[in-house]
Design a protein around this ligand. Structure first.
Ligand code: ZN
Ligand code: ZN
Ligand code: FE
Length: 759
């Protein structure tokens, strides 16, 4: 310990740091900082923070406090730092004091974190004892949420309990100066989990290096199921068209773009345009899939993202990824599940569920206790849009500006997430997925139970969607607790209000595909006057018949017929000349007899119909495909637009979507280029949004607008509406912490339930 002869009288301070500072290597950081500066004292966990006693020369103490703030470990989030003077005592050296809170890890810090640079350097260093160790981690990186059974965070309560530490690892774990001090998943070649290769039947494949053998299989065009952080991936060589086609065919995934794991930033740049903000997202400890504009002629097979202007790219975030990427610069990495099912979590699960898809399985014996899919983000209109909030982000809480303690929100039907409230914080779960079968509902149940347990909250009030048949609603009802049933689009608006901590009344624009409306029809083009407790409908698209119900979503040509039938009768057929005669006849008959034709005003359906009329999309093989493809081909600089016909009845304005589609048909028949028409269509949707909001401002005097719903993943719509509304002097709020799509709805449900409870 360097001792200094004090020139001035020593000064002593008590420094309290509150925030996400436990379980993130904060005490070792303080220890190293203090000893480096020759200060005496101690540091310990205390309550929801860390308490530091520190003594030394006054100017050195000031430097110490400044550097605690400035150089805190990457995963720490300091919410508050207070320093007060204390009476100096005779003390030498600096130590970390053990307390009862030592296993504490605030759930805020329980996110799974990508392999850090220090660990990466070790894994590449032949002299290091963890050279090429596929499970290397430290206090600053590695799995957490997915291996934790319960809090506090202690090895016996994680799936690392099966691996007793060797002496060398234990020494690091117990050494306050070591960067693995109290890193619960710490391990090495001698004591850690081991990799194993299984063949297509799940039988053990003998060999010295399962990882190299997997790389061989991938390099030869095979498909490997690879155990990751929050579940299995299905991987193949992204540069091999045959391998990618085989994967698509076996997984029955027709056209939806597949995510690409690029070896490093240079590899990502070779296939996509990476701006500075995108680079920051790619390299962030959360390591999401980032949607990037695709480069023409990249080395990656076209089948990875057919008909798409984008690549979903991520950089390696586990040691296994890094080691595989040495051999293969581009891997397709898609969720290891069959369509509609949750991602495979256990080795047995993977072998049984992915049989017939994977040629081999790279597994290991560290259990994944919680599923956690890859997150998906994008830069839009100068900020981040979270498309799927999961690994790396969940379960970090979101402050919502209201007491939400004890509320469990069960989320919607599609892109389900659930949320648990503690104090004024909403703990939004990882992505659970579409609740279309019992397996996903079980996943919802276990996620809700685990999250509530980790947060330490016993739910007292439950919020759910107003739709009576949603499986999330049924789950909510089964709990036998007081229940608040929340309208879908009010929840969207409240989610936006919640994440911006807004209270009072706002104008909410909720544009999406589907949501249960108060009148029993499907809503989805809602301009609402809303506060946290209630909402009033101000404007929406006029209802259109949806022949065959959900079949019209999968077959947008049917939606086009449905939309135009009330206007044109059987003549609507000319809107979709490409459609099979017999199919068109059957659809027109449904419409004529009014059988199985529920009514919708979903904005997504108008995009579907327009994409069908223009022949851009004849089939939706995944949610939102026609709208995405229509935006993709649109000439967004095109001049002109289509008439917006607004009528009013009972104080609610309705916009005639059919008239817009008829104008699209006319342009097409007049030989206007399809990209121009698509551009004009986009301008028209923007125009109707602006017109409705302007009207609402005039009517109510409100000046705050919340933009929400899946349609605000459309770059044109989001960018232009933000710019135009702000130019009108309005305050515009958009999602940046939770998805604008249904992945954020649970947060809105919680906010509304809290407001109703208070009244
Ligand atoms: Zn690390
Ligand atoms: Zn070890
Ligand atoms: Fe929605």
């Amino acid at each position: 310990m360097p001792q200094r002869s004090p020139k001035a009288d020593p000064r002593r301070m008590t420094v309290r740091v509150v925030g996400t500072v436990q379980g993130v290597g904060f005490r070792p950081f303080v220890y190293r900082l203090a000893t480096g500066l020759g200060l005496a004292g101690s540091v310990r966990n205390a309550g929801s923070g860390v308490e530091i006693e520190v003594q030394g020369e006054p100017d050195v103490l000031d430097r110490f406090v400044a550097r605690v703030r400035r150089d805190a470990p990457p995963l720490a989030r300091i919410r508050q730092l207070t320093a007060r003077d204390a009476a100096p005592v005779a003390e030498d050296g600096f130590r970390i004091e053990m307390t009862d809170d030592d296993g504490a890890l605030e759930v805020d810090a329980a996110r799974d974190v990508a392999t850090c640079d220090d660990c990466l350097a070790e894994i590449r260093d032949p002299a290091d004892r963890r050279y090429r160790h596929p499970f290397i981690n430290c206090t600053n990186c590695g799995p957490r949420y997915t291996i934790i059974e319960r809090l506090p965070y202690d090895r016996p309560d994680t799936s690392m309990r099966a691996f007793p530490m060797c002496d060398a690892c234990r020494a690091e774990y117990e050494d306050p100066a070591d960067r693995r001090f109290h890193a619960q998943p710490v391990c090495c070649h001698d004591c850690g989990p081991t990799l194993e290769l299984l063949d297509a039947e799940g039988q053990h494949v003998a060999g010295p290096d399962p990882l190299a053998a997997t790389a061989d299989i991938l390099a030869e065009g095979g498909i490997a199921a690879i155990k990751g952080i929050g579940g299995f991936h299905l991987a193949c060589d992204a540069t091999s068209p045959d391998a990618v086609r085989r994967l698509r065919c076996r997984k029955h995934r027709e056209q939806k773009p597949l995510a690409v794991l690029a070896r490093d930033l240079d590899a990502a740049r070779a296939i996509a345009t990476v701006g500075p903000e995108e680079q920051a997202l790619l390299e962030s400890p959360e390591r999401p899939i980032v949607l990037l504009p695709r480069r023409a002629g990249g080395i990656v097979a076209d089948a990875v993202a057919p008909r798409s202007q984008f690549h979903g790219v991520m950089l390696p975030y586990t040691p296994i990824h890094h080691l595989l990427a040495e051999r293969l610069p581009y891997l397709v990495m898609t969720s290891g599940n069959r369509t509609e099912e949750p991602i495979a979590r256990t080795n047995d699960d993977a072998v049984s569920k992915l049989a017939g898809i994977a040629d081999a399985f790279l597994v290991h014996d560290r259990a994944i206790l919680t599923r956690n899919d890859d997150s998906v983000v994008r830069r839009l209109a100068g900020d981040v849009v979270v498309v799927r909030r999961s690994r790396g982000y969940a379960p970090e809480p979101i402050a919502v500006g209201a007491d939400v303690d004890g509320i469990l929100a069960c989320g919607p039907m599609l892109k389900n997430t659930v949320a648990v409230g503690r104090g004024e914080l909403c703990y939004l779960s990882q992505h659970i997925g579409d609740l279309s079968n019992p397996a996903t509902v079980r996943s919802l149940e276990s996620t809700a139970a685990k999250l509530a347990g980790m947060v330490g909250v016993e739910p007292r009030l439950v919020a759910c969607d107003r739709h009576p048949d949603y499986l999330s609603t049924r789950f909510a009802e089964s709990l036998g607790l007081p229940l608040v049933r929340v309208p879908h689009h009010h929840a969207h608006v409240a989610a936006c209000m919640g994440e911006h901590e807004l209270t009072g009344k706002v104008i909410g624009v909720a544009f999406d595909g589907t949501g249960y409306g108060d009148d029993g029809h499907t809503w989805g083009s809602e301009v609402l006057i809303a506060d946290r407790a209630g909402s009033e409908r101000f404007a929406h698209l006029a209802y259109l018949p949806m022949p065959g119900g959900d079949a019209a979503v999968r077959h947008p040509g049917r939606m086009a017929l449905g939309a135009l039938f009330p206007l044109l009768g059987p003549d609507a057929r000319r809107a979709v000349p490409w459609m099979d005669e017999a199919e068109a006849d059957a659809v027109l008959e449904l419409l004529d007899r009014g059988v199985n034709t529920p009514l919708t005003c979903g904005m997504g359906r108008l995009f579907d119909a327009a994409a069908a009329v223009l022949g851009v999309s004849r089939e939706a093989t995944y949610e939102g495909q026609p709208a995405i493809e229509l935006e993709g081909i649109a000439d967004l600089t095109a001049k002109g637009g289509y008439p917006i016909e607004l009528s009013e009845s009972g104080g609610v304005r309705q916009i005639d979507g059919a008239a817009i589609l008829a104008a699209v048909c006319e342009d097409r028949d007049a030989g206007v280029p399809v990209p121009t028409i698509a551009g004009r269509f986009h301008s028209t949707v923007l125009g109707l949004l602006l017109q409705c909001v302007t009207e609402a401002v005039r009517h109510t005097g409100l000046d705050r607008v919340c933009l929400t719903g899946g349609c605000f993943q459309n770059a044109f719509l989001l960018e232009r509406s933000v710019a135009r509304l702000e130019a009108e002097g309005l305050s515009v709020f958009r999602h940046r912490l939770v998805p604008p799509n249904d992945g954020g709805v649970a947060l809105g449900q919680m906010v509304i339930a809290a407001a109703k409870r208070r009244r």
